[in-house]
Design a protein around this ligand. Sequence first.
Ligand code: PEP
Length: 249
Amino acid sequence: MRRKLVAGNWKMHGGLARNRDLLQSLIQAVGKGGKSDSAVFVPYPYLAQAQDMLKGTAIAWGAQSLSEHAQGAYTGEVSAAMLVEFGCRYVIVGHSERRSLYGESNETVAAKFLAAVNGGLTPILCLGETLAQREQGVTEEVIGGQFDAVLQAAGVGGFANAVIAYEPVWAIGTGRTATPQQAQDVHAFIRGRLAVSDPVLAERMQILYGGSVKPQNAAELFGMADIDGGLIGGASLVAQDFLAICAAA
Ligand code: PEP
């Protein structure tokens, strides 16, 4: 039985005072742990605050991206080792906003995944198709290509300590959620793709769903056989909503 993980991606939202209130609410409710795991992904400047408040609790924290490089003349970038110094356990890799707004190719995402793994972090690898791609019937081709680029760079061993998130681009921040069956179908496809290389690892791989998860739809999504929790954007900024989603897991 895979444990469920509920991960809150704050994106570029927050502020010291607001974060403190939100984290305090989360600590009170789920800080001692429970049947599922939880984590928050804060903007880089708030990692120290997250570390300070969350250390010793059951809530993990991480960053929303990282550099594929270990160090050097890469202005504005942050390395895996720096994230580890701030106690990060996880890092999101290949979020669709990074792919579409910052031009991260499958190869760049693969290099970042590898940098995370080599740095001792657990990458949450995001895969997802656009609406046009779904309508053209190439969802599996797109997801397969995104996945294969990482498999090629990191090998199946690179997935030993990783999490995958299926995030249909058309469902992120749009209020339009994939139906539980649509999500389940893609999750089963991803698990099957990994099983070709390592069936045992595929069976224990946590595959999260992300895209307009709300308290109202979380239980149904998380009830599907291959959905092992969620990557939550908007709803992770409201303590009551995020906690309701954690409870659904
Ligand atoms: C996300 O940011 O990864 C996400 C899924 O956002 P939302 O829950 O707002 O759709």
